[in-house]
Ligand binder design. Structure first.
Ligand SMILES: Cc1cc2nc3c(=O)[nH]c(=O)nc-3n(C[C@H](O)[C@H](O)[C@H](O)COP(=O)(O)O)c2cc1C
Length: 328
């Protein structure tokens, strides 16, 4: 996966499936952490991997706060922290937890890159965790990370499900980054949100559902196609199929909630980035009545000349018509 997509795909969601995680993937995550930078290369981080069958597993679960009960479904829990004896101290600044945070971030991103769901937690009791895992006195535990594959949000309790369905929020760039001096906001110039998002309703058909009563995952790809075609008709003014000048290069979907026959499904979409001859749509399938997002998807289109069979640059006409729909 391209790195910016890994950053975009990482979410601290709570619905884990019981599917076991391959130890090879855990090893790759730990290796990514191992190659992180650290002050004076002291590498103070340490990790304890606790699988579903580990003798310490029950005691680690016991140490979790009640609000993190969802994490018990995750097949792997990794306790991460730092050894103070390996701390680099500059003036009076102790870097051991910063180093460990960076290593943890590498571990999380590598996990996402490997198709895993990871969720770091601070909600656990230190003494029971120390006892469960036999940490030495000079070890400071920092986080427990739940690791697994994404599961069904229907398996979560109400409180956890609501948290998972909440839209993500971030402080604006100018509040967290300054230019030249503290307090002088770093003004964002790239649109973080498009001026407009294209929305259209999708008509579900009984035949779209499978033996489970869910809209089949392959149908979702067709829904995205319908959204694209309507976008080109409504926004770009395309009237004839010959005037569609792109070819689909990539589709990726995150199926969050099954779509059922009685759901109302809209697609909302905008363009997140435009390159020399390609552009990317970000699409959500959602129910406007309660805001539930069923599917998050991305598609990459390459502008294409069907007569020569070759990609062509994105042209000014496309950019002018699509401009309001382009944003991060
Ligand atoms: C150090 C740390 C501790 C966290 N502890 C918890 C926790 O105990 N329980 C929980 O549900 N989420 C926990 N989170 C997840 C955050 O709530 C989450 O990262 C934040 O809301 C941003 O959402 P995102 O990670 O999906 O972007 C923790 C995250 C970090 C980095």
């Amino acid at each position: 996966m391209e790195f910016h997509r890994v950053i975009g795909a990482r979410r601290s969601l709570r619905a884990f499936s019981r599917r076991p995680v391959e130890m090879e993937k855990i090893e790759r995550m730990l290796d990514a952490a191992r190659w992180s930078p650290s002050c004076a290369n002291r590498q103070p981080w340490r990790f304890v991997v606790v699988g579903a069958d580990a003798p310490s597993r029950a005691a680690v679960e016991e140490a979790l706060d009640a609000g993190n009960d969802w994490a018990k479904r995750a097949p792997v829990l990794i306790a991460a922290g730092a050894r103070r004896q390996d701390a680099a101290v500059v003036e009076s600044r102790d870097y051991f937890l910063l180093d460990t945070g960076m290593a943890l971030m590498s571990l999380l991103y590598r996990a996402v890159d490997l198709g895993l769901l990871v969720h770091p937690m601070a909600g656990w009791k230190e003494e029971p965790l120390r006892a469960a895992l036999g940490f030495p006195d000079d070890f400071t535990p920092a986080a427990v990370v739940a690791v697994g594959y994404a599961g069904k949000s229907g398996d979560l309790d109400e409180a956890a499900r609501k948290k998972d369905e909440k839209p993500r929020a971030r402080k604006p760039l100018g509040e967290v980054a300054f230019r030249s001096r503290w307090g002088e906001p770093f003004e964002a110039t790239l649109p973080s949100l498009p001026a407009k998002v294209y929305e259209t309703e999708l008509q579900l058909r009984f035949g779209d559902t499978d033996a489970m009563g869910h809209v089949n995952n392959a149908k979702v790809v067709t829904y995205l196609e319908l959204g694209r075609i309507r976008f080109f008709a409504d926004v770009m003014g395309v009237e004839r199929v010959e005037d569609i000048r792109f070819i689909l290069a990539e589709v990726s979907c995150r199926y969050r909630i099954p779509i059922l026959m009685h759901d109302r499904v809209f697609v909302r979409m905008h363009i997140t980035d435009v390159h020399r001859s390609s552009f990317r749509f970000r699409c959500d399938l959602f129910d406007p009545r309660d805001g539930r997002v069923f599917v998050e998807a991305e598609t990459v289109q390459v502008m294409y000349d069907y007569t020569t069979g070759r990609p062509v640059p994105v042209d000014a006409d496309f950019l002018a018509k699509a401009r309001d729909y382009i944003g991060g």
